[in-house]
Design a protein around this ligand. Structure first.
Ligand code: GLV
Ligand code: GLV
Length: 323
């Protein structure tokens, strides 16, 4: 009998096309709850999940045959990795293919915040543009500013690379300092978390959500930031406190914040929606035609390899002998 694969969501069809030639594929197209996943997962050998699927220990415990969870995302905080590891289930993500698209969204937000693009757009749409005015919607210059990166992995580095066009000074903070040669290649300098807060004109988050990074940015951190600085989060909403961010946008020191992610997606704190200096996107980091196809292809290839007894291309941890 052919191994069974469950695709949990509507994703680009290339994944389905690739998988169905070898496996028995079920393609579910509406969001499943944890209960629904737990109730349905039993017969499957592989799961193609998204970041909105709670792949908890309870779900995995209902899946005695499961050999692979291929997450359609670079992040994997929706999956209980300890439980998967214990059960010898490969977990894979989609790094690399979405790096450039996500760095573009970080930059789209930086520019939109600095130059107040949504406010300008709204003015036009509401018929309030009465002609050029010297004092209208004045924003911030980016040239020569300091870009601080919290997290300097693939996406952080791609974001740094783009900053060269603005002659920016680049600082980063993460658990480990990079080698000198890497720092030199990006013109980036490792600093402490406190220095990052104090010296960044633009602070952009590019770190995974873990117990250590959960609510890393609260009022006490925002208070240390520079007057008129810009805060950008394209990683995971729970890295900052939404309530505290609203205060920092209202009372300072922030000039603006650009967000692509929220702690309780798709819910967004009411106070954020009312802030003209909050630029809010609906989790679009990897949303380009090419990137979303490449993510689907990579998930399909990871599943194919595991079900044929090979190591997947982009595992999150290693499993000695598969299962
Ligand atoms: C998107 O947020 C991802 O993790 O790919
Ligand atoms: C603005 O449009 C200018 O010409 O300065």
């Amino acid at each position: 009998m052919r191994p069974k694969v469950l695709i949990t969501s509507k994703i680009p069809s290339v994944a389905f096309t690739r998988l169905k030639s070898r496996f028995q594929v079920t393609w579910n197209k509406s969001q499943l709850t944890e209960d629904q996943l737990a109730a349905r997962i039993r017969p499957y050998h592989a799961l193609l999940s998204t970041l909105a699927d709670p792949i908890t220990a309870r779900v995995l415990q209902q899946a005695p045959q499961l050999r692979c969870v291929a997450n359609y995302a670079v992040g994997f905080n929706n999956i209980d990795l300890d439980e998967a590891k214990k059960r010898g289930i490969w977990v894979t993500n989609t790094p690399d293919v979405l790096t450039e698209a996500t760095a573009d969204i970080a930059w789209a937000l930086i520019l939109a915040c600095a130059r107040r693009l949504p406010e300008g757009e709204e003015m036009i749409h509401r018929g309030r543009f009465k002609g050029w005015h010297p004092l209208m919607l004045r924003g911030l210059d980016l040239e020569g500013k300091t870009l601080g990166l919290f997290g300097f992995g693939r996406i952080g580095k791609a974001t740094a690379r783009r900053a060269k066009g603005w002659n920016m000074r680049i600082l980063y903070h993460q658990r480990n300092k990079e080698k000198g040669s890497v720092e030199k290649a990006y013109g980036a300098r490792f600093v402490t978390f406190q220095t990052l807060l104090k010296e960044s004109d633009i602070l952009s988050l590019h770190a995974p959500l873990t117990p250590e990074t959960f609510h890393r940015f609260t009022s006490s951190e925002f208070r240390k930031m520079r007057p008129n600085s810009i805060f950008i989060n394209t990683s995971r909403g729970a890295l900052h406190s939404e309530k505290d961010l609203i205060l920092a946008l209202k009372k300072g020191p922030l000039f603006a914040a650009g967000l692509d992610v929220y702690e309780k997606e798709p819910k967004i704190e009411r106070g954020l929606l009312d802030r003209p200096n909050a630029v809010l996107l609906p989790h679009l980091g990897s949303a380009t035609l090419k990137t979303r196809d490449r993510m689907a292809e990579l998930c399909a290839e990871n599943i194919r390899r595991v079900l044929l007894g090979h190591r997947p291309l982009t595992p999150i941890f290693n499993i000695k002998s598969g299962k």
